[in-house]
Each structure stands twice: as structure tokens, then as C-alpha cells.
Design a protein around this ligand. Structure first.
Ligand code: M6R
Length: 609
């Protein structure tokens, strides 16, 4: 849940390390640090706060050199504090390391280091044991010492290591945490994520699990788990580096909301061929494979889980195979009924969410076929899957997921239509109707996003509320969950989503005079029933904002306020209704003065349990 960066080359390290950390701030932001070999040995600077705060303590020109490592932290073991910030050093200051992940057996290692080697620990972190272990094993060959230390470590980690006595090399290791190498001209990089090096190079090595990398100014060697050198093809990044910058917007979140028409069109159009058929690159499920499947699990976390709720509806409707949607952290610890007739669909923007990854691995062990819907190319979830379907949303930086969600939804439609076609459970006409409706969504969202004044005005009116409800029926249930999560995670308002028909079974007790309730009513076939739910809560004093198609004017008679969205067929409405809810959350958070892109206690990539 942190970001690591390393640089070695003919140029100076500080600027590249700083740029890299800046572009990875979404991975953590409670403390940051750097270690540079200044020519007088390794010097470490670190402190609480994000990269801006770090900038203030690394300004002086003396603090620079040709090799260095950097870190941005999201605390797991130990509070955010200067001693707990990375880099960590060995007791003799020979070794400095940065680490992303968790060392599960750190207590055991720590006790051993204290008892056998009299090591005095300076932090409460699990990470410090890595520096101390390597320090103990170091006898002038950094690669050897790292390999020895790694043998002792259990858990998930990406680490970058430097040694005082070997300023011509950097070592990095990957186990269950993302790691890439950036290849420049006599300047090489190691990082947790591609945007961290894009300012300097587009040529990347994607590092595999259990691999170790040796970086020098003009050389990069990759070794597998057995220490054998392996070759790797260069992955050339084609997307624009500016996609990972704010481009004139105040926050990444609003930029990413505005990018949705384009992201949806990208995800969709490349998968519909000239004959109007769904053709899915990366998915090799044959007719026979699909006919063999008798059960589907969709497993994910947070926003991606909400995309799964819609996926269930679509797959069951079009493919006629039972689908269970599960929260990944639950799936992995219960005893799900998985076998070789099970299709397991993992959804993950980052492709690094540990809960999702471990659930996937569990399903794989039990014989399921694994299909993943992922945004980050080459991520762990993608690599561990049999079939991978990329969302093509481009880099999503804001912690609050927006364009990744709507593109995940697009993938759910496409997977459902693809499987239904192979299974012959959908007619050509029905498939053409849904595809044409899907293709109309980007233009509809363009028009919605051109006029956000009404939503801004609602945010101005209601931003001081401390509790908000979201209700809906059918496909509006998943959208309500997502709307509620969006609002709570960035505005810190206590919000709750519930199926409208379920309200009366308990939660309606919370409704009183002035309770704000968003009622999502985009499903024509359930519209009357949802209007009754509005009456039900209004009778208890609630203030209702209805969200519906711009053809359903009758809602004005019931709701206090209405957000109209462009009408489409019921099935594709989740792609449209959620967008004003993202905007409402954004403007409320802005009015409340929260850190929109980096909300408290959260990080973009959750690589811990
Ligand atoms: O990278 P993933 O899609 O696997 O992440 C899953 C969740 O952590 C993520 O969707 C989270 O809920 C977002 N902050 C929601 O905006």
C-alpha cells in the first residue's frame, strides 16, 4: 500500500525520485522519504506528510547523487511518524531499503535479530527487519545479501535496496507486490507503477513474481526465483503520460469523471467488430467451455464489487447461468463450492488488491477457470488469470474510482453478450439492441457532463448533511451502493445504500424529518414501485432527490428535487445514473474542504489484507 522508486544513472537521482513519488502519491501519502548516495555515503531524509512536505527537506543541492531510492507510505505497521517512514537503514548504516507490502513473519525475524545480533530497532514497522537482515548478511556483495535475506522473509513485498559500499548498483525484488523497471539511456529506474517513470522513459520491463533485479547505470539483469538470469521483452507504453496528470482540472477525480465518455467508448468500440459482434481480445472461452460452466462467481472489493452486482444481473438475464457476487475478503475465508465447472470472474482496477488476488488463487487451486477484468496491464491479477479483459480506462489516479467503475460495467455487458452469443441464449436482434444502446452512452454522458450546474447547486444546498441514504430497485441497487460509497469515502458523510423494497424491513426506522434520500428510479419496469417508496419515506418526513430518465417527468409530483439523466433502455442505465452521483459526491467533498483525491485512511491500491 505504498509506492517505491529507485534510480541509478549518469544523471542526478533526486529529481527523478521526486517525480516518481509525486506520480505515485495515490499509493500512500502519510509519510515520504528518500535515500541518496551523495558521494559521502548514504543519506536519508524522511518525514510525515506527502511529497510536498518532503520537498521542503530535500531542497539543498548537497543532497543529490547518482543512485537513490524513495518511498511514499500508507501506514500498516506503526503510526505515520518520521521513524516509521522509509527508507530504513541497517544498524551500521551500510544498507538502505524501501518496501511496499507486508512481512508476515517480521516479529520472528525481529526477535532473532535482537537476540542474536543485538540489533536496536528504531521503528515499529515490519519493513525495518528487511534492512537489518540484509545488513547482517552483507559481506560486500549486495545481490548475495539480498537473496539470503529474502529466503527468510514471508509475505508480500516489492523492495529496492542500496549499499553504501556499492554505489554502482541497486537491487530490487518482487513477491506479490507490483514492480516495474524503467529503461532510460544510462539512467535506469525501479518503481511500483508505470506512471512513476513515464516522464523519463516509455520502455518498461514488467517484473514477475519472485524475480530479483540488478540495476546499474548501463545494465539491467533479471533473475528468477532460482537465481537464473532470465530475458524479458520490453513493454513499450503507448498511452500518454499526460493521462496521469491533472491536465488543468483541480482534482484527478473530476478529470476522471469527465473522461468517462472517452473511456467507455475506448473500452466498447475496440470490442465490437464490423458485423456488430462482440469480439473479446484476451478471452478464449469457447462454446464448449461456456456450455461446461454451471456456476459463476464474481469476486471483487469496493467499487469493483459494485460493478459485479450489475454483472450478476446481466449474466443471469442474458447467459442464464447462476451467478454469485462475493466480497473478496469473505470469499477467501469461507468454503465456496468451486470446481472445474466454475467460472471465477475477478474485477480489479489496480489488479493488485490482495484480497481479490488471494480469492482468485484459492478459486484457481480448486479448479475454477479464471477470467479477470483489470485496468492495469501486466498487474498480478491479470497475470494469474486464464483470460484477461482490460478496461482501457487509462490510469486512474484518484482514490475514488469513477472511470474504472463505468468501464468495468461496460466489460460486464460485453462478457454477458459474448457468453450469451456462444451459448445461443440471446437472439441476434436483442444483442444488436443492447449494443446499439451501449454505443449511445458516451454521447449521452457528454451531454450530461456539459451541464453540471444543477448538481453543483444541489451539493451547495446539502453539503452540510451528516447522513444521506440512497435507495433504488433492480439495476438501481448496485448504482445506489456505488453512489453511497463515493459520497462517504471522499466527504466523510455517513451514507447508506439499501434496496428500496428492503427499507421497510428495518432501516426505515432511521428516517425522520429532513432525512436526505436519493431515490434512483431509472428502471421503467420498476418505476411505479419506486414512486411508492418515495411516498413511503416522504410520509416519514424525508427530503427526496429523485434520479431518473429525462422522460419520467411524473417524478416531479413526488420528489422534492429531481436529477434528470438522458434516457436509455433500462439495462444500460447503470452506466448513466451513477455519473451525477459521482459529481454530487465530488462537489460535496469540495465544499467540505476534504482531500478529494487522497481521502483520509484510504489508498488507491490496497495490497494488504
Ligand atoms: O483496484 P481494485 O479495483 O481492486 O480496488 C478495489 C477497491 O479497493 C476500490 O474499488 C475502492 O473501493 C475505491 N476506493 C472506491 O472508490
Amino acid at each position: 500500500m505504498c509506492g517505491i522508486i529507485g534510480f541509478i544513472g549518469k544523471d542526478k537521482a533526486k529529481e527523478s525520485l521526486y517525480d516518481g513519488l509525486k506520480s505515485m502519491e495515490y499509493r500512500g501519502y502519510d509519510s515520504a522519504g528518500m535515500a541518496i548516495n551523495t558521494g559521502h555515503g548514504i543519506e536519508v531524509r524522511k518525514q510525515i506528510g506527502g511529497v510536498e512536505e518532503l520537498a521542503a527537506i530535500i531542497e539543498d543541492s548537497d543532497f543529490d547523487g547518482n543512485v537513490g531510492i524513495g518511498h511514499i507510505r500508507w501506514a500498516t505497521h506503526g503510526v505515520p511518524s518520521t521513524p516509521n517512514a522509509h527508507p530504513h537503514q541497517s544498524q551500521n548504516k551500510e544498507i538502505a531499503i524501501v518496501h511496499n507490502g507486508i512481512i508476515e513473519n517480521y516479529i520472528e525475524i525481529k526477535e532473532w535479530l535482537i537476540k542474536e545480533h543485538n540489533i536496536e530497532f528504531l521503528s515499529e514497522t515490519d519493513s525495518e527487519v528487511i534492512a537489518q537482515l540484509i545488513g547482517i548478511f552483507y559481506e560486500g556483495d549486495l545481490l548475495k545479501a539480498v537473496n539470503k535475506a529474502v529466503e527468510q522473509m514471508r509475505g508480500a513485498y516489492a523492495i529496492a535496496v542500496m549499499a553504501n559500499s556499492e554505489p554502482d548498483k541497486l537491487i530490487a525484488v518482487r513477491k506479490d507486490a507490483p514492480l516495474i523497471v524503467g529503461l532510460g539511456e544510462s539512467n535506469n529506474f525501479i518503481a511500483s507503477d508505470i506512471p512513476a517513470v513515464l516522464k523519463h522513459t516509455r520502455d518498461i520491463y514488467l517484473i514477475e513474481n519472485n524475480e530479483t533485479v540488478l540495476l546499474k547505470e548501463n545494465e539491467v539483469k533479471i533473475f528468477d526465483g532460482e537465481g537464473k538470469e532470465v530475458s524479458r521483452e520490453i513493454f513499450h507504453v503507448t498511452w500518454d503520460a499526460s493521462a496521469a496528470e491533472k491536465g488543468g482540472y483541480e482534482h484527478f477525480m473530476i478529470k476522471e469523471i469527465m473522461e468517462q465518455p472517452h473511456a467507455i467508448a475506448e473500452t466498447l468500440n475496440q470490442r465490437i467488430n464490423e458485423d456488430g459482434e462482440v469480439s473479446l481480445d484476451g478471452i478464449n472461452l469457447s462454446e464448449e467451455d461456456i456450455n461446461n460452466i454451471n456456476k459463476i462467481y464474481i469476486v471483487a472489493c469496493g467499487t469493483a464489487y459494485h460493478a459485479g452486482l450489475t454483472g450478476k444481473y446481466l449474466i443471469e438475464k442474458f447467459v442464464k447461468i447462476p451467478v454469485e457476487v462475493d466480497i473478496a475478503s469473505e470469499f477467501r475465508y469461507r468454503e465456496p463450492l468451486v470446481d472445474d465447472k466454475t467460472l471465477f470472474i475477478a474485477i480489479s482496477q489496480s489488479g493488485e488488491t490482495l484480497d481479490t488476488l488471494e480469492a482468485l488463487r484459492e478459486a484457481k487451486r480448486q479448479g475454477a477457470r479464471i477470467l479477470s477484468v483489470v485496468n492495469v496491464v501486466g498487474s498480478s491479477v491479470a497475470r494469474d488469470s486464464d483470460d484477461v479483459f482490460y478496461t482501457w480506462a487509462g490510469p486512474e489516479i484518484s482514490v475514488a474510482s469513477t472511470k474504472a467503475y463505468t468501464t468495468q460495467l461496460v466489460c460486464m455487458y460485453l462478457i454477458a453478450l459474448y457468453m450469451a452469443t456462444k451459448k445461443k441464449s440471446i437472439s441476434k436482434e436483442e444483442r444488436a439492441r443492447i449494443i446499439s444502446e451501449l454505443q449511445s452512452v458516451p454521447a449521452k454522458l457528454e451531454s450530461l457532463l456539459e451541464n453540471v450546474d444543477h448538481i453543483k447547486a444541489l451539493a451547495d444546498k446539502y453539503y452540510e448533511r451528516e447522513s444521506v441514504f440512497f435507495i433504488g430497485r433492480g439495476l438501481d441497487v448496485g448504482a445506489s451502493y456505488e453512489a453511497s460509497l463515493k459520497l462517504k469515502e471522499i466527504s466523510y458523510i455517513n451514507s447508506m445504500a439499501i434496496a428500496a423494497g428492503e427499507l421497510k424491513h428495518g432501516s426505515i426506522a432511521l428516517v425522520e424529518d429532513g432525512t436526505l434520500i436519493f431515490t434512483l428510479a431509472s428502471q421503467d419496469k420498476l418505476f411505479e414501485k419506486t414512486l411508492s417508496n418515495i411516498e413511503e419515506v416522504k410520509a416519514r418526513g424525508a427530503e427526496v432527490i429523485g434520479v431518473t430518465k429525462d422522460t419520467n417527468l411524473v417524478i416531479e409530483k413526488k420528489a422534492d428535487q429531481v436529477i434528470y439523466v438522458p434516457a436509455a433502455t433500462d439495462e444500460v442505465m447503470p452506466l448513466i445514473t451513477v455519473v451525477p452521483m459521482q459529481l454530487f459526491a465530488y462537489y460535496v467533498a469540495k465544499n467540505r474542504g476534504t482531500n478529494v483525491d487522497q481521502p483520509k485512511n484510504l489508498a488507491k491500491s490496497v495490497t494488504v489484507e
